[in-house]
Design a protein around this ligand. Structure first.
Ligand SMILES: O=c1[nH]cnc2c1ncn2[C@@H]1O[C@H](CO)[C@@H](O)[C@H]1O
Ligand SMILES: [Zn+2]
Length: 363
């Protein structure tokens, strides 16, 4: 039965969803930030009042610039410098996503940001994995089904990408699904880390690249054609290569055509893009056009703490702005699952045995 009813927030929460782009250090509960600051002796927080701190992250990230937005991570990374803290944050992230109806998630973070107090990179990855496993177990105990994997990021402004890529390969059978580069985009083109991407390709590893967020087509082109990115983190500026004439005719440039023809997944993060100035508002977000043109669009949170969002609230905002119905929500979800850095048979299993039956029940 197909209904024309508008998906409600509660239905959107219950619907099975897939999250490919969510930063572990951008998804802490405000209360956890305060408690970890206290227990680990981090004294740099702007306030220790939980509600005020939650608002502070939202406002500070709402800056119109990626560089300013990224400054807020000093505090989350500041409280995540012990194994216990990393494991707690990871476990809570998995629990929060499961509560929001996420059935498969890739949680990304840069291990190099958590070694300020003596942890090794290996120790960081193992602590995060312990937390993820714990979170999956706690969710299962509540009857929720979620699978989560790690994505290791290297920071574009540091020079450690090859080292991190090696770790992504070393831990690929121990919870790490792939590799990414994050951080400021302008001035740090993806080709600076070509050795890391060549290493990943040489080892048949999966990777995505943050590109086309704070910088335009040149960054996307390098990410795909030089570096070989399988997916694009954001990728939203690909619309710069889509022209709409006065009579409404839409024409794709060569790069946009390539991205669409090759079904390169776009990890779109609507609220984050509004905060960093990559989009003027949700209603004016290029996701509307890109989805209409049938790019392989996926919907993501980026940083739940900084945007005060969840995957279901991102969908709710899109429903309000673009009038999406269940067929659209399911399409975004299957797009995401098809694009996961998981084995083909596992992806198929989630699509056929979790997503499709879940939506069949909802409509
Ligand atoms: O939207 C984004 N674009 C680029 N970098 C980001 C974004 N969100 C977070 N990070 C960066 O990625 C690091 C690892 O998780 C975070 O510490 C933050 O600096
Ligand atoms: Zn991101």
């Amino acid at each position: 039965m197909v209904t024309t009813s508008v998906p409600t927030r509660e239905e959107l929460r219950r619907a099975p969803k897939v999250l490919l782009h969510d930063h572990l250090d951008g998804g802490l509960r405000p209360r956890t930030v305060v408690e970890l600051a206290e227990s680990t002796g981090y004294d740099g927080l702007p306030t220790t009042d939980v509600d005020e701190l939650g608002r502070w992250f939202l406002e500070a990230a709402d800056s119109g610039s990626l560089e300013k937005y990224l400054e807020t991570f000093a505090h989350t990374c500041g409280v995540m410098q012990t194994e216990e803290a990393l494991a707690r944050v990871a476990a809570e992230a998995v629990e929060d996503l499961a509560d929001d109806g996420v059935v498969y998630a890739e949680l990304r973070y840069a291990p190099e940001l958590f070694v300020a107090r003596g942890l090794s990179l290996d120790g960081v990855i193992r602590a995060v994995q312990d937390g993820i496993t714990d979170g999956e177990r706690r969710a299962a105990a509540r009857g929720q089904r979620i699978q989560a994997r790690q994505l290791l990021c290297a920071m574009r402004q540091h020079a450690r990408a090859l080292e991190i890529a090696e770790l992504a390969v070393r831990y690929r059978d121990a919870g790490v699904a792939g590799f990414d580069i994050a951080g400021p985009e302008a001035g740090y083109p993806p080709t600076r880390n070509l050795d890391a991407f060549e290493y990943m390709r040489g080892n048949n590893g999966h990777f995505t690249i943050h590109a086309g967020e704070a910088f335009g087509l040149a960054s996307i082109w390098e990410a795909i054609q030089h570096c070989g990115a399988e997916r694009l983190g954001h990728g939203v500026r690909i619309v710069d290569d889509v022209k709409t004439s006065a009579d409404g005719e839409v024409q794709l440039g060569r790069l946009a055509s390539y991205v669409r023809d090759r079904r390169i997944p776009l990890e779109i993060c609507p609220s984050s893009n509004v905060q960093t100035g990559a989009a003027a508002s949700i209603a004016e977000h290029p996701i509307g056009l890109l989805a209409k043109l049938r790019f392989r669009v996926t919907v993501n949170t980026d940083n739940r703490l900084m945007s005060g969002c969840s995957l279901s609230s991102e969908f709710a905002a899109l429903v309000d702005a673009f009038g999406y119905g269940w067929a659209d929500i399911q399409w975004f979800t299957i797009n995401a699952m098809k694009s996961a850095f998981l084995d083909f048979d596992q992806r198929l299993d989630v699509i056929n045995n979790v997503i499709k039956p879940g939506y069949a029940e909802l409509v």
